[in-house]
Design a protein around this ligand. Sequence first.
Ligand code: IMP
Ligand code: MG
Length: 179
Amino acid sequence: MDQDEGKQVRTRVLIPEERIRARIVELGAQIRSDYSDRPIYLIGILKGAVVFLSDLARAIPGPVRIDFMGISSYGRGKTSSGEVKVTKDLDVLLEGADVIVVEDIVDTGVTLTYLAHVLQQRRPRSIQIAALLDKPSRRMRPVQVKYVGFTIPDEFVVGFGLDYAEDFRNLRDVCVVEE
Ligand code: IMP
Ligand code: MG
């Protein structure tokens, strides 16, 4: 079967895997120095953040814990449904914890604004955001993203965990979709 049920979808590399890998190593070192030797709770947002989180977790020296949250905000394609809901909650309590929410990309900011609100109510010691990609030109809600891998223009990207209708998450590079 075709990647998009008959529609031709082509991709071109925007950020090659070597650059991504090098940047994640930098982010890991920066994060550890910001938190001294305290345990860090990485909260990955399923499913797009899985690839970034697995590399980021290993780039942070010292104590790191991981958990996942499921959120649905987008439909099957490229357009937002405008709705956000929790589809899988955490297994751990966050009270007193240093939390970093790990996202694949911050686009409109709707997802993270909602999530920050939900997680604040659990009284963490601190809460920050790490995103592999940031598309600031699309922002509808202000979001402070402390750890950004790459700032990109307003193009729809896939790979390194990001999907287009569930395809392309396994691409090793971040790629632009061209139809
Ligand atoms: P936001 O709520 O608009 O910030 O949406 C964030 C979510 O939208 C991300 O976690 C992705 O799942 C999805 N998304 C936004 N832009 C892209 C893109 O260019 N490619 C793939 N998914 C995207
Ligand atoms: Mg996502």
